[in-house]
Design a protein around this ligand. Structure first.
Ligand code: GTP
Ligand code: MG
Length: 136
């Protein structure tokens, strides 16, 4: 059985969408196997987002992720990595398909970073690395 790391980002927590997001994960048939609320520090976020160092949205992203608590969730299920990314929808919430988390609840707020409610690991290697960071 595969595992992935889901983060409910600070905008998702502030907008009281934790339950809705977990509901969609469980409705799909995936299992929440660990969960914690975290005020992420810069060091953790630098490691989490190391692939994005140097991109124009990197600094606003790391700042945004420190703007409030996030909920880190370990989710298990068959092909859950692709499955959760399908539930989340496209990175840009303006064009994310309706029916997805980002498509139903996200929009462009005109800020320097996409406030798109959730993160999901994008490969088995990322999932293993990210789960070790957030659930050490
Ligand atoms: P995550 O599940 O959060 O990793 O999203 P993703 O895999 O769909 O996107 P990616 O890993 O490429 O980028 C990580 C995060 O950076 C995104 O979720 C956005 O919050 C932000 N981001 C990515 N690309 C852009 C961009 O082109 N512009 C802006 N403003 N933010 C971006
Ligand atoms: Mg990503």
């Amino acid at each position: 059985i595969q595992e992935t790391l889901v983060l409910v980002k600070p905008d998702g927590v502030a907008r009281n969408l934790i339950g809705e997001i977990l509901r969609r994960i469980e409705a799909k048939g995936y299992s929440v196997t660990d969960l914690r609320m975290v005020e992420a520090d810069r060091g953790l976020l630098e490691q989490h987002y190391e692939e994005h160092v140097g991109k124009p949205f990197y600094e606003p992203l790391v700042e945004f992720m420190q703007s409030g608590p996030v909920v880190a969730v370990r989710v298990a299920g068959q092909r859950v990595i692709e499955g959760f990314r399908s539930l989340a929808g496209a990175t840009d919430p303006t064009v994310a398909a309706p029916g997805t988390i980002r498509g139903d609840f996200g929009r462009d707020w005109g800020l320097r970073v996409q406030q798109n409610l959730v993160h999901g690991s994008d490969s088995p290697e990322s999932a293993a690395r990210e789960l070790a960071l957030w659930f050490r």
